[in-house]
Design a protein. Structure first.
Lengths: 292, 147
């Protein structure tokens, strides 16, 4: 690892000014579970690390006005075990529970994970399916980016110079909806997924037809993707097993997997269809029969 | 890594050929290229900033035009570059061919055989291939804007 200077700003303003001073030579560090690996591999060699851990008030969980506001410095373990989130957004905890191992989840933060931009991570598909947004703050204010527009390329995100991820906003799903995240792990339990898929299905009040559906997949392209053509094939229709299968097959036009040691591109493309269908089936099964 | 990219430029073959002779101008059509200057006869040096996944490189290097054959509408060049800080680089050969499509359209065919070393090499071929595709797409757009 290269030598670097470690900064511990006590406020976001101080962090912004450090970012402005050191520019490209600086990296923001939160839990460090992603960045430190890259530094050890010498993929990234920053001269300055700006730690967010001494900045108070970035690890809140607040549910108000139909939206969960989650501070970027919440650890993944906090999300996994929050009773408040389990009540209103069970899919979040179920998803974060799948990330790596408990030791990692105790260190890794949700904001750090998103900034890392790894297309193989577990949370992004669920966050896209839930319609979440990322709040980016900088010296000149804050802006909100929908999760399905946040990832721009392999390990690249929409974070601009001087910006820091400070919050995750997740709208609470309607009572007549169900969500599921599934991960294909043919190797070891703490591995990255070969393919992962998340779906949130909402049915019409008192009806069987699909009012709204969102489905997203991980590890099937250079970014997590939202399978809009699958959604379009389902919206407004009754979700029969044959329709789910038919719609899930469309996912192959949306994915563009990388060949790697977890599987060839062609294999992942097929698995994407299988896991898209299973995620839809699992989400549909979780829709409560009678709205609470 | 061998790649082949094709795109149509909105000009006749003569105009595209003239543009290709102007290396500093063509070079700047590559996304990330900061400067290109002549460094002797048919030799140019320049810097290029590329980001592939987590790796961000500032590559300094040279490009030598090794052949220009207007009868065949073909140019060949050799590129060499390295990032001293991170330890990564590229060397390779490129062949550019111009194919007449119509009076106002020329197909540019870029065939390259490039070796990636150091940190770039570690990322693996599938991801570099995708990056090369996106760089060439942007290059094609920028070339089209020159006419």
């Amino acid at each position: 690892m290269n030598t670097f200077e470690f900064h511990t700003p006590a406020s976001l303003d101080e962090a912004y000014s450090l970012l402005a001073t050191h520019g490209d030579d600086a990296n923001i560090i939160a839990g460090g579970t992603g960045l430190v690996l890259f530094m050890k591999q010498r993929m990234v060699q920053p001269g300055h690390l700006i730690s967010l851990r001494s900045i108070p008030g970035l690890d809140y969980i607040r549910v108000e006005d139909g939206t969960a506001h989650i501070g970027a410095m919440c650890t993944m373990h906090q999300i996994e075990t929050s009773p408040q989130l389990r009540e209103v957004l069970p899919l979040l905890g179920e998803t974060y529970r799948h990330v790596a191992s408990v030791k990692i989840r105790n260190m890794a933060t949700i904001g750090g994970g998103l900034s890392h931009g790894d297309p193989n991570q577990d949370p992004p598909p669920s966050l896209i399916a839930l319609g979440a947004s990322v709040v980016l703050s900088s010296a000149s204010g804050r802006r909100t980016v929908p999760m399905d527009e946040f990832f721009t390329d392999y390990f690249e995100t929409d974070i601009r110079d001087g910006e820091i991820v400070t919050e995750l906003e997740v709208p609470l799903p309607s009572p007549k909806s169900g969500g599921a995240f599934i991960k294909f792990l043919p190797r070891t339990a703490d591995d990255y997924a070969t393919v992962s898929a998340a779906a949130v299905v909402t049915l019409e009040d008192g009806g069987k037809n699909c009012r709204e559906v969102r489905i997203a997949l991980g590890s099937v392209a250079t970014t997590p993707i939202r399978a809009r053509n699958v959604e379009d094939a389902l919206r407004g229709r009754e979700l029969t097993p044959s329709l789910l299968r038919e719609a899930a097959d469309l996912v192959q036009d949306e994915v563009d997997p990388l060949d790697d040691f977890r599987g060839s591109s062609g294999y992942k493309r097929q698995m994407a269809q299988v896991f898209a269908r299973r995620a839809l089936e699992a989400a549909l099964a979780k829709v409560p029969a009678v709205p609470a | 890594m061998k790649t082949e990219h094709r795109f149509a430029a909105p000009a006749n073959r003569e105009q595209v050929w003239d543009l290709m002779l102007d290396m500093p101008r063509v070079g700047k059509c590559f996304p990330g290229v900061k400067e290109v200057e002549a460094d002797g006869d048919q030799s140019y040096k320049g810097t290029m900033q590329v980001r592939v996944g987590p790796v961000s490189l500032n590559i300094t290097g040279t490009m030598v035009v090794t052949g220009m054959d207007k009868d065949l509408w073909q140019a060949t060049m050799r590129v060499e570059g390295a990032d001293r800080r991170l330890g990564g680089g590229v060397t390779g050969d490129m062949i550019v061919n111009l194919v007449d499509l119509s009076d106002s359209e020329t197909e540019v065919v870029v065939i390259s055989d490039i070796s990636f070393m150091g940190k770039l090499g570690e990322l693996g071929q599938p991801i570099i291939r995708k990056k090369a595709d996106s760089i060439l797409r942007e290059f094609a757009d920028n070339i089209s804007r020159q006419f």
